[in-house]
Design a binder for this molecule. Structure first.
Ligand code: SAH
Ligand code: SF4
Ligand code: F3S
Length: 457
């Protein structure tokens, strides 16, 4: 097989979290470097890659229904290359080949940067499974990024925690931090390309650096997330920095102070708490109490009173009583989250909690999920209320897909904001917007600044 594939087209469908989205952008970059072109329609592609998620059962099942359709197509078009990447690939491995024999390649998330090598083996006539743990090679690929304004930069892969409900450690492997020099170099390149906002990524980003060599005289790791923020905050061109996901167990006052001191770091924190009940937190092996969680949020608000707080929570964890669930409601009521991702507990293969005998019924879980979601939108609407009449800085990302006369972007606190304007002129610009309308999860406003309207892209 030659390396010129210019007439060949690829399609990637991505499920799951930002980690997967970032991996997909790197794999798309590799495919384009190999000469493949993007096809919006999967049915016209010669190569289809599903980058999969298995965090809950419904995420996993979605993949099989997509895959079934393309496996059928392959029976009529044997030249079609079918790939399953990501977390389901890692979890199922060889079993996927038995279930879908039409597959050419099954590759775990640690192998994303090796896509070209693996494809070469496929083109040589092999059916390939790549799920063994590997040291993730430093990014030599140029990602094909979805946005020209905001970008993700991985700083740590994997997770060393052992939350009893969670499949991530077994599918993403052990923590591997990138060197700060490599991170900064990638950010500088993004700054040169005109990117304005960067989100540093890790499943447990507060763990950044604990696998890197070096400790201070007091025994602290030399390269913590806090140190990394000080090291990269002045990259030129980049106006905003974010990071996710934070684990309450490792969230330090030093980190809060750094966010307060560094002007580019946005006042938005995504810190999942999972449950507001101490016994459940213990059963989940989260390593903190709800009191400790509350202290962290208080500390953040001491330094940055207007900070936005978002989180993830699970309802219906095995054994959760009505009273314990109410402790979660209470925490949500007390904190007042700007946004909360909620989910009903889903037993995952190979995780401790999946085989406990105190599982709750689907009815109880969905009833609790509904009650929690109801409270979440109420609280989010309250939180949006504080923006009314205020002037907020919005980084314009795109046109409003529901109204082409409007553009959309985010405030520093991460609220989606719409206002009238021309995307050609505004894309990538930081615009001061007076907020005139608020909804639970978005805002509408009017631009108040005459900016130099220089088209950037
Ligand atoms: N590393 C992050 C989040 C990882 S997964 C953290 O530690 O918080 C994203 C979210 O999916 C989790 O925060 C959790 O709320 C949810 N989740 C993970 N496993 C789940 C399961 N088995 N059932 C339901 N929700 C789950
Ligand atoms: Fe999963 Fe816990 Fe790791 Fe988050 S910290 S990815 S919830 S094991
Ligand atoms: Fe899903 Fe894997 Fe992310 S299981 S949430 S895609 S780490």
């Amino acid at each position: 097989m030659t390396m010129t594939q210019s007439d060949r087209r690829y399609h990637i469908t991505t499920f799951g979290c930002q980690m997967n989205k970032a991996d997909s952008e790197r794999m798309a970059g590799i495919l384009e470097e190999m000469g493949f072109n993007w096809s919006e329609d999967p049915n016209e592609a010669d190569l289809i890659l599903y980058n999969t998620c298995t965090i809950r059962d419904n995420a996993e099942q979605k993949v099989y229904s997509y895959l079934g359709r393309q496996a059928k197509r392959k029976q009529e078009h044997p030249e079609l290359t079918l790939i399953v990447a990501g977390c389901v690939a890692q979890q199922e491995g060889e079993k996927l080949l038995r279930r879908v024999p039409e597959l050419d390649l099954v590759m775990g998330p640690q192998h994303a940067n090796r896509l070209e090598d693996l494809l070469q083996q496929v083109f040589d006539g092999n059916q390939v499974v790549a799920t063994e743990p590997v040291h993730i090679i430093e990014d030599i690929t140029k990602p094909r990024r979805e946005s020209k304004v905001t970008a993700w930069v991985n700083v740590i892969y994997g997770c060393n925690e052992r939350c009893t409900y969670c499949v991530v450690p077994s599918v993403r492997g052990v923590e591997q931090s990138r060197n700060r020099e490599a991170i900064r170099a990638e950010m500088e390149e993004l700054g040169r390309l005109g990117y304005k906002e960067i989100t540093l990524l890790g499943q447990n980003i507060d763990a950044y650096g604990r696998d890197l060599p070096g400790v201070t005289a007091t025994g602290r790791h030399l390269h913590t997330l806090t140190d990394l923020l000080y090291y990269v905050h002045d990259v030129s061109g980049v106006e905003r920095l974010r990071f996710a996901t934070s684990h309450p167990r490792y969230f330090t006052e030093r980190l809060i102070k750094a966010c307060y001191e560094l002007p580019k770091v946005c006042e938005h924190f995504h810190i999942p708490f999972q449950s507001g009940d101490n016994e459940l937190l213990k059963a989940m092996k989260r390593g903190y109490t709800h009191e400790r969680y509350r202290q962290i949020i208080e500390k953040i608000r001491e330094y940055m009173p207007d900070a936005s707080i978002s989180a993830d929570a699970i309802v219906g964890f095995p054994g959760e009583t009505e009273a314990q669930f109410e402790n979660t409601l209470k925490l949500v009521d007390d904190i007042g989250f700007d946004q909360l991702n909620t989910a009903a507990y889903s037993p995952r293969p190979g995780t401790p909690a999946a085989i406990w005998d105190n599982q709750l019924s689907e009815e109880v879980k969905s009833d609790r999920l509904q009650r929690l979601n109801h409270l979440v939108s109420q609280k989010a609407a309250d939180r949006s209320g504080r923006y009314l009449g205020r002037i907020e800085e919005v980084l314009v990302e795109d046109v409003n897909p529901k109204d082409p006369t409007q553009v959309m972007g985010r405030t520093r606190g991460n609220r989606l904001t719409f206002f009238k304007g021309n995307i050609e002129q505004l894309k990538g610009q930081l615009i001061k917007v007076k907020v005139t309308e608020v909804r639970a999860f978005s805002l509408t406003g009017v631009p108040i600044e005459k900016t130099e309207l220089v088209p950037l892209f």
